[in-house]
Write a protein that binds this ligand. Structure first.
Ligand code: R2B
Ligand code: URA
Length: 306
């Protein structure tokens, strides 16, 4: 076996060039491959990434700070405050380590989550945490489901309603399958311990824009009609799409290639068949936002105790 192939299979990522790097600095996270392999020290305490079993990602830093405390309580972690769990090194992504769980923000949209996914899957692979599961917890626009419903994604669609992720590499369009782990999605749904909200398994459409990309007619620019929007949303719904967000196809396609299982658990803030504006009250927004956190915390707790 030549050196490149050996390196590829050793790290388990589909990039032979990683082998020839003389150390890999994960610039947006601020950690090096050496620290991923050997661990790091914070406030005089040694930490390792080797024990990571779950990476929970969400758009905002506040949500991931909250999740760090939620999961710390749920799994009885000896350290419970976000300040002490915080291991961020840069301002790009919030980053918390709670024993076997990483809680990381991913920002909004495909470009932002893609950068994180490249770096986090390299970090896990350097650390030897190849069995870690990646879960996105987020918000979304529902289609034909009441606001507050938590959607666990079983299919990821792009804006053409194809189960694919498209990107441009070296001036050419690349189209990759965007499929998600069914067993993981079902396991998350069945771990629900809080019966106060509805969950549904269904298709999620990923778009590169919140306004025109999601068919809204309330952006600064709109060149389609309300009727065209409704026709498209109904067509999407008939293909099995029950919610719309802005990251899932990038996540499912990259995780398929890197060999990590992933899931998306997003609460619907509104029903897009009834309107475009997200006019939710602050209290309701907070309580809806806790639903994916509560479900994923139950799932992680049950996995860790089994
Ligand atoms: C859901 O909400 C954000 C846009 O408001 C985006 O990150 C997403 O996927
Ligand atoms: N996030 C989205 O991407 N779309 C919505 O409609 C609501 C939240």
């Amino acid at each position: 076996m030549d050196d490149e192939k050996k390196a590829h299979s050793e790290l388990g990522l589909p990039n032979p060039y990683l082998n020839s790097l003389d150390g890999d600095f994960l610039y947006h996270l601020g950690y090096s491959s050496l620290e991923a392999r050997n661990g790091f020290t914070k406030d005089g305490v040694s930490h390792s990434f080797q024990d990571v079993k779950f990476v929970v990602m969400g758009g905002s830093s506040g949500r991931m700070r909250s999740f760090a405390e939620v999961i710390a309580r749920e799994i009885n972690h000896p350290v419970q405050t976000a300040e002490q769990l915080d291991i961020h090194r840069t301002d790009r992504y919030a980053f918390y380590k709670i024993g076997p769980v990483l809680s990381v923000s991913h920002g909004m949209g495909v470009p932002s989550i893609t950068i994180l996914l490249h770096e986090i899957t390299k970090l896990l692979s350097y650390a030897g945490a190849k069995d870690a599961v990646l879960i996105r917890i987020g918000t979304s626009g529902g289609i034909g489901v009441p606001p507050g419903t938590v959607v666990i994604t079983d299919k990821t669609f792009n804006g053409f309603l194809k189960e694919e992720h498209e990107l441009v590499v070296l001036g050419e369009r690349k189209v990759r399958p965007a499929v998600i782990d069914q067993e993981l999605a079902r396991a998350i749904q069945s771990s629900q311990s809080d019966a106060r909200f509805q969950t549904v398994l269904g298709g999620t459409m990923c778009t590169d824009d919140f306004f025109e990309g999601q068919g809204r007619v309330d952006g600064a620019v709109c060149e389609h009609s309300d009727e065209q929007k409704m026709d498209f949303l109904r067509r999407a719904h008939s293909c099995g799409v029950v919610n719309i967000e802005m990251e899932c196809t990038a996540m499912s396609s990259l995780c398929r290639l890197t060999g990590y299982k992933c899931a998306a658990v997003c609460v619907a803030l509104l029903d897009r068949l009834k309107g475009d504006q997200v006019k939710i009250q602050e209290e309701e927004y907070k309580s809806f936002g806790m639903r994916p956190q509560s479900l994923v915390a139950s799932f992680i707790k049950s996995r860790l105790s089994s």
